[in-house]
Design a protein around this ligand. Sequence first.
Ligand code: FAD
Length: 303
Amino acid sequence: AFDVLVVGGGPAGAAAAVYAARKGIRTGVLAERFGGQVMDTLGIENFISVQHTEGPKLVAALEQHVKEYAVDVMNLQRATKLVPGELIEVQLENGATLKSKTVILSTGARWREMNVPGEAEYKAKGVCFCPHCDGPLFKGKRVAVIGGGNSGVEAAIDLAGIVSHVTLLEFADTLRADAVLQKKLHSLPNVTVIKSAQTTEVIGDGQKVTGIRYKDRVGGAEQVVELEGIFVQIGLLPNTDWLKGTVELSRHGEVIIDAKGQTSIPGVFAAGDCTTVPYKQIIIAMGAGATASLSAFDHLIRA
Ligand code: FAD
């Protein structure tokens, strides 16, 4: 059995594994795809102390760091069930079962997509999901934000300070964001809000985004907004379906953790985008992975 079994091989899981292995305890990392969301990222400019890197390059560095230590890396393996107990069990899709004294859940999250033509083609060529990451790339340009919930309205307010103009498109006939955010949004001179707008296509010139097409759900007319960037803010889905009925999840499906990364099950810790941690970023996921790992070690020495 492992002392620490990390489920998820993104930045949170990699950090947790390095911190655990450095204590000289038996450490394993199970990952459906080592690197996680970072594999899908082109430029990264907010990983502090590294001015610019690219996703696959950062993933290679993560892997190299993990492999410096005696960590059992099990890549391309999917966890399907967590069974609490004296020794905690993690069942895999391939039928195998792993046992460990402590488990760190770091299965991350994925952005909900619009599922319209052009979206996949222009990902990272104008179609973005993270205003904190990619907002500065659109300095002085025109962007749209898709979604009028809290994250969409926050993104629009944030981007309005950087870009020349923001068009916020909301599917429903009202915005769902908190009133205070809506008030702030409406006070900004360079933001246009369009409600009852169903996004139908991302338009581009083959290289990059040049516009977005939407259908007015009231009148039925199709409209095109010319722009350079599109921020999709219609939800971040934690990869926690496999945990339903075991650890306590928030109403958004995030693993509920305390300041030490402890979940509702003794010996089970969690870190990164799959948890209730505020803000989902690489540097935050790594810090959380270190916290969860040190907490798991603390749990082991008290057992
Ligand atoms: P993830 O990176 O999501 O990793 C999850 C891991 O768990 C993966 O290895 C996955 O395969 C594995 N997994 C999931 N389910 C299972 C299962 N059932 N069994 C086994 N393994 C499983 N952040 C920044 O700070 N700067 C940026 O510039 C930036 N740009 C981004 C651009 C894009 C396009 C995207 C999508 C995200 C970006 N982010 C950026 C956000 C950042 O990537 C995430 O915050 C970070 O990767 C979260 O790390 P994590 O380890 O919690 O989860």
